[in-house]
Design a protein around this ligand. Structure first.
Ligand code: HEM
Length: 494
């Protein structure tokens, strides 16, 4: 959070200064649907370290559709499923652009990737190729062997620690597991342990940390110098350089390989780049942008729910027991969990939906309007930033009974899903720009959780009680658990 320290300090000083000078003006503006803002920084000082929570608190007071200001820029904040469903039904197209900040432009090839691409012809082409060629149902199925091999490896590592009565650092293990699954699906082989691979992963981690903190200059341009002075701009440049050195090398390897098999995403992309698919042409930046998105949008987002899931199960032993009973009962002595068996586990589905509702990995995501629209009385100008607070929607007491509680039962008789067509549950986004890795991510999570529950019993370290489990959040690119989850596993007794 390089920028944040400097940023917090500057904000505190600015806030104090302006609160003193403009207090009368604030009082005269009053509450309403726009919280009072400070000159120059607007409402930025109200975001705090966990913006999803701060914005959710503000929305309780100012309504599910609020107008804030980040610096001088107006920002609309959506915090309820009702408002969201109106957007989905009537304005999905108008809300389908993404903001391109200075850092995002640098890191994501000027918005030429898929996640950050402005809505338009290039995005449509990227999305079509990704849907049909890279992450289609059959392609995700074909990655099944990678999922199974890596899950078995994860189980073996846990088994070894369990036999030696050693604790298991699940946070570290899940991160390594997801890196290996994604890197094999994307690039065909593992690079962990190689110098290049480690530098690449370090660059991704550093990029995620930097992009997870706010850059003040994006909203107050004359304060851009802060990121230059505190080294943030230079750090972003280093991330881009390290990462590109690796990606360029891997692409060249694939280009040189004469019989590139279509087993991984990079080789499929390189094939299209070389003209293998009649009528479809892509450029070099396209190849890099898509691969980068898969790492940036897919790794941490999929690790985070696995960690929260194990944390909540340890805090709720009766839920864990019910889940183990379902999985062990369905498997009935068998060890190899297939997709068909997963379909016979409704409680597992409910537990996974509950985790995505309670701990959405991307708790807020940001869109930009394309057209002028009227939304619930607000005249919204084109290019207005819109913050969608998925976390607030998942914790809205008018939609969910006891929303703070981990209660998977709520999903047992509810057909609500997270495919982006119903705003009550939007961990994977919504509408046209819904996540393209949904099938990939849920296949990995379902399979891993079912195996963890089938093969092991779980306990907290000696002397720790479930009340001791730390559930503090830390926001970077995703809403992660702040401290590592360290537990004991024992191979199931029955
Ligand atoms: C549990 C894991 C994941 C979560 C919670 C998640 C969440 C999201 C969300 C909320 C969006 C929409 C953001 C917005 O509208 O501004 C999104 C978009 C996207 N996701 Fe995921 N994602 C996950 C895994 C993945 C994986 C594994 C991949 C790739 C293999 C992926 C690729 C993408 C791409 C390419 C987009 C951009 C789609 C577009 O703009 O057209 N995601 N994701």
């Amino acid at each position: 959070m390089v920028d944040l320290n400097f940023y917090t300090l500057s904000l505190t000083l600015l806030s104090l200064l302006f609160t003193l000078f403009f207090i009368r003006r604030l009082i005269s503006r009053g509450g309403g649907t726009s919280p009072p803002s400070l000159p120059i920084i607007g409402n930025l000082h109200q975001l705090g370290h966990l913006p999803h929570r701060s914005l959710s608190n503000l929305s309780r007071k100012h309504g599910p559709l609020m107008l804030l200001h980040f610096g001088p820029k107006p920002v609309l904040v959506v915090s309820s499923a009702d408002v969201g469903n109106q957007i989905l039904k009537s304005h999905d197209l108008a809300f389908s652009d993404k903001p391109l900040t200075r850092d995002l432009k640098k890191v994501f090839y000027n918005g030429n990737d898929l996640f950050n691409s402005p809505y338009g012809d290039r995005w449509r082409k990227l999305r079509r190729i990704t849907v049909h060629e890279l992450l289609s149902r059959s392609r995700v199925k074909s990655f099944g062997s990678i999922r199974e091999e890596e899950t078995s490896l994860l189980m073996r590592k846990i088994e070894e620690l369990s036999s030696a009565s050693q604790p298991v650092n699940l946070t570290r293990m899940f991160a390594a597991f997801l890196n290996d699954v994604i890197v094999r699906a994307a690039l065909g082989k593992k690079y962990s342990g190689t110098e290049d691979g480690e530098r690449f992963l370090e660059a991704l981690e550093e990029g995620s940390r930097l992009l997870g903190s706010l850059r003040l200059g994006d909203f107050v341009p004359w304060l851009s110098c802060i990121s230059c002075l505190n080294g943030r701009d230079a750090a972003i440049d280093r991330v881009v350089e390290k990462r590109d050195a690796f990606l360029d090398k891997v692409i060249q390897e694939h280009l040189r390989s004469s019989n590139a098999s279509k087993e991984n995403i990079m080789s499929i992309l390189v094939g299209i780049y070389k003209g293998d698919v009649p009528g479809v042409s892509i450029d070099f930046v396209f190849v890099k942008g898509v691969i980068l998105d898969i790492f940036a949008a897919g790794t941490e987002t999929t690790t985070t729910p696995l960690i929260w899931l194990m944390t909540e199960l340890l805090r709720h032993p009766t839920v864990m027991k019910k889940l183990q009973d379902e999985i062990r009962g369905t498997m009935n002595g068998k060890h190899h969990i297939t997709e068909d068996e997963l379909l016979k586990m409704p409680y597992l589905r409910a537990v996974i939906k509950e985790i995505f509702c309670l701990h959405p990995p991307l708790p807020v995501f940001v869109r930009v309007t394309r057209d002028h629209i009227n939304l619930m009385g607000y005249e919204v100008a084109p290019k207005t930033m819109v913050v969608i607070n998925a976390w607030a929607i998942g914790h809205d007491p008018s939609c969910w009974d006891e929303p703070e509680k981990f209660m998977p039962e709520r999903f047992l008789n509810l057909s609500r899903d997270f495919k982006g067509l119903d705003f009550h549950l939007i961990p994977f986004g919504f509408g046209r720009r819904v996540c393209l890795g949904l099938g990939f991510a849920t296949a990995v999570v379902d399979h891993a959780v079912a195996n963890l529950m089938l093969k092991f019993d779980w306990a907290l370290p000696d002397g720790a009680t479930r009340e001791d489990l730390d559930v503090t959040e830390r926001l970077g690119l995703t809403n992660a658990k702040d401290t590592p989850l360290v537990v004991f596993a024992s191979i199931r007794s029955d």
